[in-house]
Design a protein around this ligand. Structure first.
Ligand code: HEM
Length: 498
């Protein structure tokens, strides 16, 4: 190798001008003063002061990796989405994992849902599936999301997180209990991101080439197997290594132990939705597998670490509104709310042209009439800037790419809950999770985790209100919690419709 190749490049300013020194500022004599004309020093200081962008308002702490999604079962009978249409087809992906409530430096192993956000760089544009490691969520109306998050973050007076706020909100929001059961079980403290499942959580619409529609749910099942920390192990790890999950993923990929997930989908015939026993669009509910058995259609593999954390992970922008032809939203009000929220927060957090950053840029060509804005660098030359035009600008193809949708019966404009389906209430599925899915050890841990959490600064009146809800989830669970919290036992209250 010649000497030329072994020498590092010369440092430059950000304008590419060779820098005069890596260590000394420009001064009058060796002992100063410093000069305003030291443009390089000023550039270093000014750029440094602007290194941080606002952290994500939720899901601030996380990390991710690149990889691919491979089709193992042709899905074209249900969707015309090109990236799903032939066995063996691979689509590049970025996945970002996160915790919800803490800030950038928060420990990875706290009890919290984990984000599981996937960006598929498909030939028909980016498809973002922005889910969690839980198939359900705490609330079912986007109007409650901000209040829910406020209750999980820091109190206005102390600046501390508060179990009292959390239980106040949950005990006044019975629809949260299904997700709280999940969260307070050991699944609330996954051992690593590799050892947990990911879920699209919402119901989505799939449309095939003939225009036939089905409702679908996505489940990414870990091939590493589910592994969780107990509450004590998770707490210990917060002190031992606050970046444990970030480090684990990076190191696994570095040693070529590539984590993988099997994509299973549940498919509901379009017509079933109206009469299904649960509202299939209610994000606090699952579709029991006996009703709609999972079908494996693909495999997600992560095999490449980011080269630069800030550029590729911190600036990654996922948005549930990014759906490719053949995939659409469902009447899930949470999903519809999220379709506005994410692009709005990206414009604030990263900037108007966030979609031009390499990590967010689609692999498909962009031909749009949007223009200009801060930091725009990709452009369409002198392409016409309006449609319709006579000079060869892009033209939409509504006959090929119509919006997937469903019939909405006209009704009064109102603010109200979903119309309940015949088995809908807020407790039935949480009770089934407790009784039929959790093992006896899982149930014991759930009880001890709940007692510990509710004993930590939660006012008695809120504890009692919460226990009354748990009794409706399961009488035995409620009784065990009442005893654990030192409350007097009472007969189980009847379940009420939610
Ligand atoms: C109306 C309900 C919701 C609203 C308004 C909302 C809003 C937000 C916002 C503003 C962010 C920050 C995005 C950023 O700065 O990049 C975010 C991140 C995120 N949300 Fe939501 N969210 C909602 C519900 C949900 C649900 C139900 C899930 C999962 C099923 C979810 C999963 C995520 C994930 C995984 C991220 C992190 C994405 C990343 O890694 O960059 N959110 N959400």
């Amino acid at each position: 190798m010649s000497e030329e190749h072994t020498k590092p490049p010369v440092t430059t300013t950000d304008a590419g001008i060779p820098a005069p020194s890596d260590e000394y500022s420009l001064s009058v004599g060796p002992n100063g003063p410093l000069l305003l004309q030291d443009h390089y020093l000023i550039q270093k200081m000014a750029q440094f002061n602007r290194e941080r962008v606002p952290e994500r308002v939720v899901h601030a702490k996380g990390s991710g990796a690149f990889g691919y999604f491979e089709v193992t079962h042709d899905a074209s009978q249900w969707t015309k989405a090109a990236f799903l249409n032939s066995v063996g087809k691979r689509t590049p992906v970025l996945v970002r994992f996160s915790t919800v409530a803490g800030e950038q430096g928060y420990p990875d192993t706290v009890r919290d849902p984990r984000g599981f956000a996937i960006k598929f760089y498909t030939e028909e544009g980016n498809y973002d599936l922005v889910g969690n490691n839980t198939p359900i969520f705490f609330v079912r109306d986007p109007s409650k999301f901000q209040d829910f998050i406020h209750s999980q973050k820091r109190a206005p007076d102390t600046g501390l997180r508060s179990n009292n706020m959390q239980w106040d909100f949950w005990s006044l929001s019975p629809e949260a209990l299904h997700q709280v059961t999940f969260l307070m079980s050991d699944r609330g403290t996954p051992r690593t991101w590799r050892h947990m499942n990911g879920y699209g959580s919402h119901t989505f619409l799939w449309v095939n080439a003939e225009g036939k529609r089905v409702w679908i749910k996505y489940h990414f099942k870990t091939e590493q197997g589910i592994q969780n920390f107990t509450d004590a192990e998770a707490r210990a790890m917060t002190a031992e290594d606050p970046d444990y999950h970030r480090r684990d993923l990076y190191q696994a990929i570095q040693r070529k132990d590539y984590p993988a997930w099997r994509l299973e989908v549940q498919i509901m015939p379009f017509e079933d939705a109206a009469t299904y026993r649960f509202n299939p669009f209610d994000l606090t509910k699952v579709w029991p597998h006996g009703d709609y058995p999972p079908i494996t259609i693909g495999r997600l593999v992560l095999d490449r670490n980011p080269e630069n954390f800030f550029a590729e992970i911190e600036q990654a922008a996922f948005e549930p509104a990014n759906m490719v032809p053949g995939i659409g939203p469902s009447p899930d009000k949470m999903l519809l709310g999220r379709m506005f929220s994410y692009p709005d927060t990206h414009r604030y957090r990263i900037g108007t042209n966030y979609l031009q950053l390499p990590v967010n840029q689609p692999r498909a060509e962009v031909h749009s009439y949007n223009k200009d804005g801060a930091m725009r660098y990709a452009h369409s030359g002198n392409q016409p800037v309006y449609a319709p035009n006579s000079y060869g600008g892009p033209q939409a193809a509504p006959e090929r790419y119509s919006d997937p949708g469903w019939l909405v019966e006209a009704g009064e404009i109102m603010r109200t809950a979903y119309t309940p389906h015949k088995e809908d209430n807020d407790f039935i599925q949480a009770g089934n999770l407790y009784r039929h899915v959790l093992s006896p050890t899982d149930r014991d841990h759930l009880v001890s985790n709940l007692v510990a959490h509710m004993s930590d600064g939660v006012e008695q009146v809120i504890q009692e209100r919460a226990v009354n809800l748990w009794r409706q989830v399961d009488a035995n669970l409620g009784e065990r919690l009442a005893q654990g919290l030192g409350q007097k036992s009472k007969a189980a209250a009847p379940a009420t419709a939610g």
